[in-house]
Ligand binder design. Structure first.
Ligand code: ZN
Ligand code: ZN
Length: 142
C-alpha cells in the first residue's frame, strides 16, 4: 500500500480515501474483482458509493498502472510491478477464478512482428490464457 501512495506522489496524483479503498479491495482479493462486486462492498461501508465514483476510481488506478483489467472476465487485478512499464499477459484459472500476471516482452514482440508482416498496425492486444492453476491441478483437475 505504501508503494502505491509513493507512486501517486511521484506522479502528482492523489490517492483519495475511496481510490485507496478500491485498491485495497482489489489487492486483498485472490481473484480478479468486478466493478459491481466492489460497489456492493463499498455500499456497505459508505453511503456515497455510486457506480460513477467506483468507475472513476478504477480508471484512476488503471491509468497509474496499479491495477489491470482482465477483459475476458471484466474484472480487475492488482499489478505485480506498478512502478515499471511492462507488457501484461494473464493466466486465468477456470476452477477457482485466480489470475496470475505474467510479463514477457517476447510475446509482444512476436505479435508486433507478425502484425507488421501482415501490414497491420497494432493498437491494443490482449493475451489471456484460460486453464487450471497449480492449486487446482493438485486437487485433481487437469
Ligand atoms: Zn502489471
Ligand atoms: Zn485454480
Amino acid at each position: 500500500m505504501q508503494s502505491a501512495v509513493d507512486l501517486c506522489g511521484q506522479r502528482g496524483a492523489r490517492l483519495t480515501a475511496l481510490r485507496r479503498r478500491v485498491l485495497e479491495l482489489i489487492w486483498k482479493s485472490h481473484k480478479p474483482v468486478g466493478a459491481y462486486e466492489l460497489l456492493d462492498i463499498l455500499k456497505n461501508e459508505r453511503r456515497n458509493a455510486q457506480p460513477p465514483t467506483v468507475y472513476r476510481a478504477l480508471d484512476f488506478l488503471l491509468e497509474l498502472g496499479l491495477v489491470h483489467r482482465i477483459e475476458s472476465l471484466n474484472a480487475f487485478i492488482g499489478c505485480c510491478a506498478p512502478d515499471t512499464a511492462h507488457p501484461s499477459q494473464f493466466l486465468i484459472c477456470r476452477d477457482c477464478g485466480a489470475a496470475a500476471e505474467i510479463t514477457d516482452n517476447r510475446l509482444d514482440k512476436a505479435i508486433a512482428g507478425l502484425a507488421d508482416e501482415a501490414g497491420f498496425s497494432v493498437l491494443h492486444r490482449i493475451v489471456e490464457v484460460a486453464g487450471h492453476c497449480p492449486n487446482c491441478r493438485e486437487q485433481g483437475y487437469e
